[in-house]
Write a new protein. Sequence first.
Length: 673
Amino acid sequence: MWGRCGRTPMRMPQPDPRPDPNADEAPPKLPDRHERVRIEAIWPEIDGGLYPVKRIMGDEMVVEADLLADGHDEVAGIVGYRHESEERWTEVPLLPTHNDRFRASFVLDRLGRYYYRAEAWIDAFASWRHGLAKKADAGVDVHVDLLIGRELVLAAAERAEDPTALTKAASWIGSEDRSTLERVNAALDPELEALMRRHPDRRAATLYPRELAITVDRERARFSTWYEFFPRSFGRNGAHGTFADAASMLPYIAKMGFDVVYLPPIHPIGKTKRKGRNNALSTTPRDPGSPWAVGGSEGGHTAIHPELGTFEDFARFCGVAREHDLEVAIDVAFQASPDHPWVKEHPEWFRTRPDGSIQYAENPPKKYEDIYPLDFDSENWRALWNELLGVFLFWIERDIRIFRVDNPHTKSLAFWQWCIETIKRSHPDVIFLSEAFTRPKLMYALAKVGFSQSYTYFTWRTSSWEFRDYMHELVHTPVAEYFRPNFWPNTPDILPEHLQPGHRSAFAMRLVLAATLSSNYGIYGPAFELMQHVSRPGSGEYLDNEKYELKAWNRDDPHSLRPLIRRINRIRRTHPALQRNDGYAWHRVDNDALFCFSKRADDDIILVIVSLDPYFRQGGMVDLDLGALGLSGDDEFIVHDLVSDAEFIWRGPKNFVEIDPSAMPAHVFHLRR
């Protein structure tokens, strides 16, 4: 008996039940004009033009772009730029470099915000001129070509305010009474080329679709040397210090070569939940509390702690600082103690827990019961934003132009962008330092939205490869267009493990690294120069932390690092190479215990070799990148150690070095031919 056939019956195609998303879509519309040039890969441009790049007043701004067109026609273009106070664009030509890449530059001579844009078009005259030259060289008849050129020049004459020279050139090129050679020479005249370049036909020009921005800061945003101290620790006989007492520190700080004096919060301190010594929950009447627990019965962020003095005393303190070429920076910590006036006047600015209490600050396992964070998601956020903006403006009116901002990553990025842009529109000289030890992209986002400088991960970088990779990221990637690092070896919150053994060589090594790797650096002193190194167990913070108590510092301690700090800061002030980061280059060493890099600004070349081992003598062969130093393989050059004053003669890329950390853990060489 026959079985069934296993063939599958054929199915007829069924209509797709899903709607066609393009069924009602109109066909693409013809453009209003034919733009043949494409502008691509413009640089610098941060996140599609969302954020400005950063520069310093007096910098040459370099802009590059790819200008592409079909066929073999020549392309021309310009970069237009203007200061925010101007309506008219100034134009500079985009000049070819290689592989369809073009470059333009202009000088930024004012603080504030600049805008720039690119425009490009087919250069019909340059294309014609190029073809004419080739035909003439090949002996090809160019009679018609000369007539075409005459028409191009006459068209340019119609665009010119003074057409005389162009009309004359057109007449010469089109004249049948002159020889072909004379007419070709007139067409190829460089003066005519320059005239035609000034009067191009831009009717079909391509305009880059975005205006890009530049924030131009003053020099101190790029080069600064910070010193942090607590004014309250400089009272007499253990009493709470005043601004008048603290003024005695200013000559001491200035002689070490610092230019920014940074004060922790100077406002009234709350008493509710006040922390005692070493962050203890129990207190005594003598415990001054943490300055970051801002606000008390005397006022909040626009008040001064009464034991420090009055506004007049603060103004006198700032005046003494100016006499010593120091600029005062103050801390802005947008948070409140339970006693801050905002807590009663605007409870909606804080987050309430289900039990009715206000949420205090936490960074598990740390708890800060004396601090209430602000709620940037509050329904009354507009009033909060305006209040916080007013805090900055209040101190700007009192001649403060540098703010160190505490934990900005825990506040709204949108707020910072609005706040900083608003302030810099009227006060472009203001500098904001971001104290944000957080995720890398969030740190970079804060820089994008306006912060002038930022704390970094330098504090925890210890190995040669870490320094190499981190500096490459900061200097040789797009991050450098908007992120300005500020290196700190220590802070009141951070006593890193490599300083806790207390070796002098470790402190000296971290000083040299911070001060030479970054054009902006700072120390929390006098804890640093006096090499304080005892940590509170399990905290990574100083034992008997100055955040919670008054300290007595012996500034005349003979073991102080002050002489070395003074020398390093003098080297920084003397050598332009150390006053910026873009001249940084890494150099290979065959011993990972040694880290070598250079910085170069024109003819000023600094070569730094640091031993990362604070205990034992280390040696190795340095393999210099001579190109980064502007040298060739046969050059003989002198390396002058600016710390020890020793000099050596080197030749070629490979040279041996040995460092004894007990003497000095680093060479800071100045290279001379």
